[in-house]
Design a protein around this ligand. Structure first.
Ligand code: NAD
Length: 95
């Protein structure tokens, strides 16, 4: 039994950097991980590498993940357990 078995994580900014490290760590600990990022190529490559516990969800930069959009499709398929975020939001958040 691993620490995050049967848990699902939405990893915003998960395509590279700290977020990619989060994805690797959560998968190693048994979690399902939704890599949510604006970088499609990097996100899909990482999801392919990490295997069936992982899916990629492309976010639209113009909408901004941090405040106004949610990856509803994967969330409806997987029970959300955790929401770490490594996304670097360079634009002001809209409420
Ligand atoms: N790297 C460090 O040592 C360190 C230390 C302390 C804090 N931080 C902070 O942690 C955050 C991540 O750092 P990093 O080095 O991994 O950065 P990074 O630039 O390598 O990765 C950020 C990721 O967030 C994604 N992203 C940017 N805007 C997004 C948005 N609106 N929605 C979804 N994804 C988005 C990018 O596409 C990228 O994949 C930054 O805010 C950074 O300032 C980093």
């Amino acid at each position: 039994m691993k620490r995050f078995d049967n848990r699902t994580v939405i990893d915003t900014g998960g395509a590279r950097g700290l977020g990619a490290s989060f994805a690797r760590g959560f998968v190693a600990e048994g979690a399902n991980v939704v890599i949510a990022d604006v970088l499609e190529k990097e996100g899909r490559t990482l999801a392919d590498e990490l295997g069936k516990q992982t899916i990629f969800f492309r976010l639209k930069r113009s909408r901004g993940w941090c405040c106004s959009s949610r990856p509803t499709k994967p969330v409806s398929r997987l029970a959300l357990s955790l929401l770490p975020t490594a996304a670097t939001c360079s634009a002001p958040c809209r409420s």
